[in-house]
Structures are given as C-alpha cells and as structure tokens.
Design a protein around this ligand. Structure first.
Ligand code: 4AD
Ligand code: MG
Length: 432
C-alpha cells in the first residue's frame, strides 16, 4: 500500500500533505462542509471535508461513512490547539477501504453482558484502548525494573506435574501415559530452582486457577510476575516489593497521563505511592480490624472486605506480614519467633483493590518442608525435585507474585479486573 502516517506522528508534520488510514468514529456535516473523526489506535484525528476541495467520488464516499468504516483520507495538516493531538486535516481526498454496516456498539449505553459478548469489537472504544495502553506500560515497566537490577528472566512451564499452590483450584488435563498435567497456578517452585542457578530471577506468564468465585478480583487465567531472590529474607522481600510497585506507578504517571485522563482517573492517590509502605503484622491487623468493628478473628484469612477496611486506614499500599500458617501455602517458612505463623506478606492496594502481591520467605529446611508437604496431603513423589533444593546447598530465599490485572485495574481505577485484560476468562466467560 502507498505510504501513510500513524496519527501519533502527525503533530510533527504540520504543513505537509499526508495520508492517514483508520476507522470512523463519528461524522457530521452542515451542507457543503463535513467532519469525520477517525482513530487508528495511536490517536484520534478530525478531518474536514469541503465539497469544493475534494473529487465528487470522495464527497459521495463521505455520505456512505458509518461507524467503524475503515477509510483513507489524504490532505494538508494544520495546527489546531482545540483538536485532539493539536492537529486537524483538511481533506483533499477520501476513500472507503472497508464498509461497516450496523456496528453493534453505538455511543448509547450498553449493558456489561452485551459489551463482553462483543469484547472483540468493544476493544476499539476509547476507554478500552486507554486501558490496553496502561497495561502495556505496566508490563514494560515490570520488565525494565528487573532488567535494570540484573535479574534473569526464566520461563517456567505451564504444563506441570506438581501442585504449586492449592489442590482446590487446579485445571487438569490428561497427559499421555504420564497421568494428569496441571495448568500452572504459579511458576514459583521452578524459579526457586533457577534462583540457586542464577541468584536473581523472575518468571512472567499466564497462570491458571479454577476459581469458582465471582468476585471482581478473580479471573481463571491471569498474568503474574514472580521474582525469586537468593539470600533475601522476608524483610528484604518487602523492600523489593515496595520499590517495585512504586516504580510501576511512577512510570504510568509519567508516560500514560493521556490514558489516565481518558479514564478520568484521579491520580492524587497514585502520586502518594512511594516507599516505605506501612507494615502491620497479621496479628496487629486483626486487632485493628476488631477495633474498627469487624468480626475478624485470629486464624482466619483476610477476606476482600477486611482487606478494603484495613487498607483504608493508610494513604498508600500496606504490607501485612506473618499470617497464620494454616491459611497459607505449604512452602512458606515457619516463623522462628511464633511457629503458628509464617514469614510471608501480602501487599494490599488502597481504594478497595485489595491484595496485589503475595510473597514469602521459603521453607529452606528439608525436614520441615517434607513435614508440610505430608501434612497438606500433597503427593510426596511429585516434590522430590523441589526437596532436592533443600538437600544440595540449601539457601535463604524469598520471592513474590504480583497479579498484572489487579495492578492494572487499580492504576486505571476500573471497578472490575475483567476489563484489565483483552479477553478475560472467568467462570462464565470462554468466548470470544
Ligand atoms: O498470593 P498468590 O496466590 O501467590 C502465589 O501464587 C505465589 N506463588 C507467588 C510467589 O510467591 N511467587 O498470588 C499472587 C498474586 C495475588 O496477589 C493476585 O494479585 C494475583 O496473583 N492473583 C490473581 N489475580 C487474578 N485472579 C486470580 N484468581 C488471582 N489469584 C491470584
Ligand atoms: Mg495470595
């Protein structure tokens, strides 16, 4: 196809004649002068079409434009401070590339169910484009953060033979003659092995949980980044988390202003996100919650409501550490100061977004870990390789997992995490 320009490049080309391809958002006309607003994914552009300045065929084509028709417009660019991106195009020609009859998503209000049925088309809306761009920035920031600090990316398997978190939320599939394979709930056990090889590592990929919950915080397929660091204890682990979360937020504030404005996100709460994050032990958290009128009791896991109530007491994310062993995964290190608890932490985001990170120091004692595996009724034979890490030069190590969709939902200020991924998977959603 002949040369054309992306809308994002236009501000530098004022005064020139260019061609732009994109999709029609709206049109209006008053007699012999008409306007079309188009988008190409990189921005929004208004083109002015005057009957006297364009061939008859172009004027006729304008009359056939409908929402989401794909078109090419050619014309001179002029500066216009009121226009999006600061430029407007005075058309000298316009042609239809692909017609669009009866686009199902119109500017009127649609119900959420309808929009999700049309997710493949809904992605084109201004809000969804803004969310996708924030998500991209979050992911790029994650990669840059670890790369700049000398971490090595290790890709962990998605088809796995051992249970990473809880037996209750596994997707299983038949795996030839080897019995069941499980879709990874986490890459953690594998990055622990890699940490002994490379010192500082992370994995980053899709993870799967057969969650029957219908909350606004749960997907069955979500993206998680999991660093694992040799010689970090639980305290070092929390420091890494607060630096990491603050870095991601600062990047989005710096580079995604336009998108956050499009989403009408009040950025004041995000601007407060800086280390150190307040830290409360689980035991203190229970006391605080009780004082605030909650029915919370020592020994129970914090639920969504408790997380929200607790996080409300602080102006930035809060670290809750040393949970009861009984509500956490088998691999967490027993707390030497109080064996009822483990050396772990959750990082709770403010504004009701809840847990965005779960992390811990890992049990590095062979016998204690084996006892935990047995106590949880996990198949011992599947963990031989994992126990080996405690047999050949065991080492203090810690790591955590940050959920991408919860983080994106928080940054964007959207109520439900299913809008934070292009094609969400939940209990009720497998299409499109
Ligand atoms: O707390 P979780 O279960 O921790 C782990 O998986 C550890 N293996 C991580 C590690 O130490 N390497 O999950 C970590 C994070 C949660 O804080 C949350 O942000 C996200 O993953 N997450 C989910 N996000 C969306 N839908 C779900 N069903 C999620 N479950 C967890
Ligand atoms: Mg967790």
């Amino acid at each position: 196809m002949p040369d054309s320009h992306r809308i994002e490049a236009l501000p530098k080309l004022v005064g020139q004649t260019v061609a732009v391809r994109g999709w029609v958002m709206t049109t209006r006309s008053s007699g012999k002068i008409a306007f079309v607003v188009l988008r190409d994914g990189t921005g929004y552009l208004q083109a002015v079409v005057s009957k006297k300045d364009v061939p008859d065929a172009a004027w006729e084509a304008f009359g056939r434009l409908t929402q989401e028709t794909s078109i090419e417009v050619r014309g001179a660019l002029r500066a216009d401070a009121r226009a999006p991106g600061g430029v407007e195009l005075q058309a000298s020609d316009l042609g239809i590339l692909g017609a669009s009859a009866d686009f199902p998503i119109t500017p009127k209000e649609h119900g959420t169910a309808f929009l999700f049925e049309h997710r493949h088309l809904w992605l084109r809306s201004r809000r969804q484009v803004a969310i996708a761009r924030v998500r991209h920035e979050v992911i790029q920031a994650i990669r840059d953060f670890f790369h700049e600090r000398g971490f090595v990316l290790v890709d962990t398997p998605i088809l796995t033979g051992s249970i990473g978190e809880h037996a209750g939320t596994l997707f299983a599939t038949d795996y030839f003659d080897l019995g069941k394979a499980y879709l990874a709930q986490t890459g953690q056990l594998y990055v622990e092995a890699a940490a002994a090889a490379l010192g500082k590592v992370y994995c980053f990929g899709p993870t799967f949980r057969a969650e029957k919950s219908k909350t606004r915080r749960h997907l069955t397929e979500f993206w998680m980044v999991e660093p694992e660091v040799a010689w970090n204890d639980s305290n070092d682990n929390m420091k890494l988390q607060e630096d990491f979360v603050s870095y991601i937020i600062a990047r989005c504030l710096e580079r995604r202003k336009t998108e956050l404005a499009e989403l009408e996100r009040d950025t004041a709460p995000l601007e407060r996100v800086a280390p150190p994050f307040p830290r409360v032990s689980y035991t203190e958290a229970v006391e605080k919650l009780k004082a605030l009128g909650s029915e919370m009791e020592w020994g129970r896991d914090l639920g969504g409501d408790e997380e929200t109530l607790l996080a409300k007491q602080f102006d930035r994310p809060v670290m809750v550490y040393d949970y009861p062993r009984a509500v956490k995964a088998f691999y967490m290190k027993a707390n030497p100061a109080d064996p009822r608890t483990v050396l772990n932490n959750d990082c709770l985001a403010p504004e009701g977004y809840g847990e965005i990170i779960g992390g811990s120091q890992r049990e590095d004692d062979y016998d204690k870990l084996l006892a935990r595996i047995r106590a949880e009724g996990l198949p011992e034979e599947a963990y031989g390789w994992y126990l080996d890490l405690r047999k050949y030069g065991t080492f203090v190590h810690s790591g955590f997992g940050l959920g991408v969709e919860r983080t994106v939902a928080w940054i964007c200020g959207i109520p439900h995490i299913r809008e934070a991924i292009a094609f969400p998977r939940t209990l009720y959603k497998l299409w499109p």
